[in-house]
Design a protein around this ligand. Structure first.
Ligand code: PEP
Ligand code: MG
Length: 895
């Protein structure tokens, strides 16, 4: 970048669409400024400057000069100079990335204070009485040294806290507010010593140096450990960088006519209209967000300061009208003057997302396409979680704020580390804290739910939990949490670590013990047991309307992966338009294992045929049941795929068994032969060995039996007057010759069986071996359809063993950012996705109109559904519960 590259924007130069460059906070401050709302003046350093700094370790050329220009414009606007002794301008230096990362990065307030300007600030804060501004000024100065020391210079935060405790002890108090100006002046002295001891230098007095160092600390906080972890969780790209907002300070802690608060234009938990927010008189913004003191409901501001309250409501209406969406707002009142410190289109729960989108359509503010755009599959998935069944009237031991909905049950833990540890052992845990802070993130991720004693809907716990879709109950202020003793007390009950509690993140109720859960209304709606046209549940109405729109616009069909009649029936109720993958392997387990053993052990053709003859009617009955449930819809049945030894006992166990028998002089009998067969079939890499089509070509009669069972089942249903649509799918094909060989045999059987009852049976293949994708043009000659097995395609494309890598080293790959999400979860567009594209293009070139779908796990992953839409597949197939999610995302992919 050259030195005339623009790295700094004044608020008037930006707008809300520049989030990439100015971050969300900066872009919206600019937007509000241009709307004429009362925003304190300021400017923004771009994410490009941050990226340049992180790449080189130095501020890019030109940045310093541009900051100087904008700073002097800010000084002119305010009529004050940064840190000037008599009448100082102070600024806040705040991070602000494209996507909100609450509490993850750094902020430094009161920049510009030093040994001289502290006196000037005291004068500004004075109400006329001599020395009346002193306490405030010295308190601000000690906060600067503390925040700056901790954030910019890595001074351990406890050191400052200990000094503060000492000062309070000397005063005989436990309350900060009891410290007077002299105490705080002395505390500043102590803080400066701590600062010097840890940094080897004096606390910087030059205002511009303070500013530059704070900016640098914000840049660096992009790569702070907790920020990296949060991004990974939220799938925020690692290379965006943060912008830095430099804003003139306004103070909410100048007395009872000052204060600070947050507001939502609608309820972020339910989406209902109304006035929602929290207010804290005589406090700074950080006090509210941190949830350290208990706030009052925003409505009470009307009583305290009606003029500001009315203005705030007007601004909220302006913002909602302008953004056409729920906005959240941070504001400060400085001596009766209202200032807007932040706004953004607010985070919300899944239920609120659907409800708000639906309301806005009703109000004529957005259309159905936009409503569909504003919800997503992950939210719909959340709404399909179960809720508490309260029919047993469990005792509510306390209530707090239902900050993020859901019904969570688990063992109580009090630290993040313990939560991670127990969850690692497979326990469900509830993380209980007085309040959370960013260090608790790993525990919050590991827990089923989060319970805090303090803080409202906008506390750290609430915001982060909502973002993660995790149940959270906060501000249960009857809760007395004793982390050291490992227990909390509430209304006479003592709850120890390890005890089970149930928390309701919707109602805010806490129950002791395990409360049973019941399915969600949304699931009941999908099941067909709630009628959306008569339902009074607004959520059911909203989901019905929006998913109906998705169904109307989507091009992708949605099928399901189901191997039983029951799953098929449920998926059909959930909207599945057929079966994309019926795995037949489970049909060889249970009682049938013995028959499979006989099949494998057979020495003569007659023995083998006997076993196959015994399996045939069983298989046929399986298919009859499934075809019946999916009458009129396509059912793709995949011929047996896994290696046969999976149906045999383990080599180790059997070997021991036989050895013991021989030792005792007993005859191991049949086990001896079985052991020999297991040995013969043992493979070093069974996933790459004798499975799928290879097995079908090696074991005579196996595929033939399955083809016959499928066709006979279909013929039987046709005879009953039904409409079966079987599609036979051959797994693990890598070469067209494999498929041709299977096809010749299969066609013979099909034509034999269908001589009496005309059934159309398609024969197609999975595309799950990279060679199949690369030779798809040839394979299409012998295939009437393709279905991508993206599980195997990922396994073989990357060379990652499906069963091993997640636990073995994926954590490291995720940590290093080699990928942001497991490629088994969300399709790797660049690599595996390229194989998919090649196969689609070459397959369709060879056979125009070739039907193509996907049946790997990716078929139900929201991101991947968009990819499959883009490359032109005909359908995705996923597990029954993901069918609604895929329907919704397939619709979103179009708009
Ligand atoms: C696949 O490989 O993506 C697939 C659907 O088959 P399976 O998971 O059974 O190997
Ligand atoms: Mg497979």
């Amino acid at each position: 970048a050259t030195s005339n590259h623009k790295y700094v924007y004044g608020f008037a130069e930006g707008n809300k669409d520049l989030k990439d460059l100015l971050g969300g906070k900066g872009a919206n401050l600019a937007e509000m400024t241009n709307l004429g709302l009362p925003v304190p003046p300021g400017f923004i350093i771009t994410t490009e400057a941050c990226k340049a700094y992180l790449a080189t370790g130095a501020e890019p050329d030109g940045l310093a000069a541009q900051v100087a220009t904008h700073l002097s414009a800010l000084e002119t606007a305010m009529g004050k100079r940064l840190g000037a002794p008599a009448d100082p301008l102070l600024v806040s230096v705040r991070s602000g990335a494209k996507f909100s990362m609450p509490g993850m990065m750094e902020t430094v307030l009161n920049v510009g204070l030093n040994d001289e300007s502290v006196t000037g600030l005291a004068n500004q804060a004075s109400d006329g009485g001599p020395g009346s501004g002193d306490r405030f000024a010295w308190d601000s100065y000690r906060r600067l040294i503390q925040m700056f020391g901790k954030t910019v210079c890595d001074v351990p935060g406890e050191e400052f806290e200990h000094a503060l405790d000492d000062a309070k002890r000397a005063r005989g108090t436990t309350n900060d507010l009891d410290l007077d100006a002299d105490d705080l002046r002395a505390l500043v002295g102590a803080y400066k010593k701590i600062f010097a001891k840890h940094t080897g230098r004096e606390f910087p007095q030059a205002p511009r140096e303070q500013l530059d160092l704070a900016v640098r600390a914000v840049f660096e906080s992009w790569n702070a450990e907790r920020a990296v972890l949060y991004r990974r969780q939220e799938r925020i790209p690692a290379d965006l960088g943060t912008a830095v907002n430099i804003v003139a300070m306004v103070f909410g802690n100048l007395g009872p006519d000052s204060g600070t608060g947050v507001a939502f234009t609608r309820d972020p938990a339910t989406g209902n209209q109304g006035i929602y927010g929290d207010y804290l008189a005589n406090a700074q913004g950080e006090d509210v967000v941190a949830g350290i003191r208990n706030t009052i409901p925003l409505q009470e501001l009307e009583r305290i300061d009606k003029r500001s309250y009315d203005e705030l409501l007007r601004i909220m209406a302006t913002l909602e009208g302008h953004y056409r969406d729920l906005c959240d707002i941070e504001f400060t009142i400085e001596r009766g003057k209202l200032w807007m410190l932040q706004t953004r289109v607010g985070k919300r729960t899944a239920a609120a997302a659907f409800n708000i989108a639906n309301h806005l359509v009703d109000e004529g503010i957005i259309d159905l396409d936009e409503a569909l755009h504003r919800v997503n599959g992950a939210q719909l998935a959340q709404l399909m979680f179960p809720r508490f069944d309260l029919s047993g009237s469990p005792e509510v031991v306390t209530t707090g704020v239902g900050a993020s909905p859901g019904a969570a049950v688990g063992r109580v833990v009090f630290t993040s580390a313990r939560a991670v540890e127990l969850a690692g052992q497979g326990e469900r845990v509830i993380l209980v804290r007085r309040e959370t802070n960013p260090d608790d993130l790993p525990g919050m991720i590991a827990a089923q739910g989060i319970l805090t004693a303090r803080g409202g809907k906008t506390s750290h716990a609430a915001v982060v939990a909502r973002g993660m879709g995790k149940t959270c109950l906060c501000g249960a202020d009857n809760l007395d949490v004793d982390v050291k003793a490992g227990r909390f007390t509430v209304g006479g009950h003592v709850v120890n670590e390890g005890d089970i509690v149930s928390i309701d993140g919707t109602s805010g109720c806490l129950y002791l013990g395990e409360v049973p859960v019941r399915p969600s209304e949304v699931v009941q709606y999908f099941e067909g047991s709630v009628d959306p046209t008569t339902s009074t549940d607004p959520l059911v109405v909203a989901v019905h309307r929006i998913i109906g729109h998705a169904d109307g616009v989507r091009r992708l069909r949605v099928r399901t992966n189901a191997d039983t009649g029951e799953d098929a029936a449920r998926a059909r109720r959930f909207g599945a338009e057929g079966i994309g993958l019926c795995r037949t392997e489970h049909m060889f387990l249970g009682d049938r294992r013995e028959l499979v053993e006989r099949l494998i052990l057979a020495r003569a053709e007659t023995e083998r045929n006997e076993a196959l003859d015994a399996l045939l009617p069983l298989q046929r009955a399986d298919f009859v049941e499934i075809f019946r449930e999916m009458d009129g819809l396509p059912v793709t049945v995949r011929l047996i795929d896994p290696p046969l030894h999976e149906f045999l006992p383990s080599l180790e166990e059997l070997a021991v068994h036989v050895a013991v028998a021989q030792e005792r002089g007993e005859d191991p009998g049949k086990d001896q032969a079985l052991l020999a067969a297991v040995r013969r079939m043992h493979e070093q890499n069974p996933m790459l060995g004798l499975r799928g089509v290879r097995l079908g070509l090696v074991i005579p009669g196996l595929f033939a039996m399955q083809v016959r069972a499928i066709t006979e089942a279909a013929a039987q249903l046709v005879a009953e007057g039904r409409d079966p649509r079987p599609e036979i799918m051959v797994p693990l094909v890598g070469a067209v010759q494999e498929l041709e060989t299977v096809r010749v045999e299969a066609e013979k059987i099909i034509s034999e069986v269908t001589r009496e009852h005309a059934v159309e049976v398609l024969i197609g293949t999975m595309i799950e071996v990279p060679r199949a994708a690369l030779t798809a043009g040839q394979i299409a000659e012998a295939a009437e359809f393709f279905s991508f097995g993206t599980n195997d395609l990922t396994q073989m494309g990357w060379g990652f063993s499906r069963d091993d890598v997640e636990g073995a080293f994926f954590w490291r790959y995720l940590e290093l950012g080699i990928f942001g999400i497991s490629p088994f979860e969300s399709l790797d567009r660049d690599g595996v996705g390229r194989l998919v594209r090649i196969a689609v293009d070459e397959g369709r070139a060879a056979r125009p109109g070739l039907k193509i779908g996907v049946c790997g796990e990716h078929g139900g992953d929201p991101e991947s559904v968009h990819f499959f839409h883009e490359v032109g597949l005909d359908y995705v197939s996923c597990s029954p519960f993901r069918v609604p999610v895929a329907r919704l995302e397939a619709g979103r992919a179009v708009i």
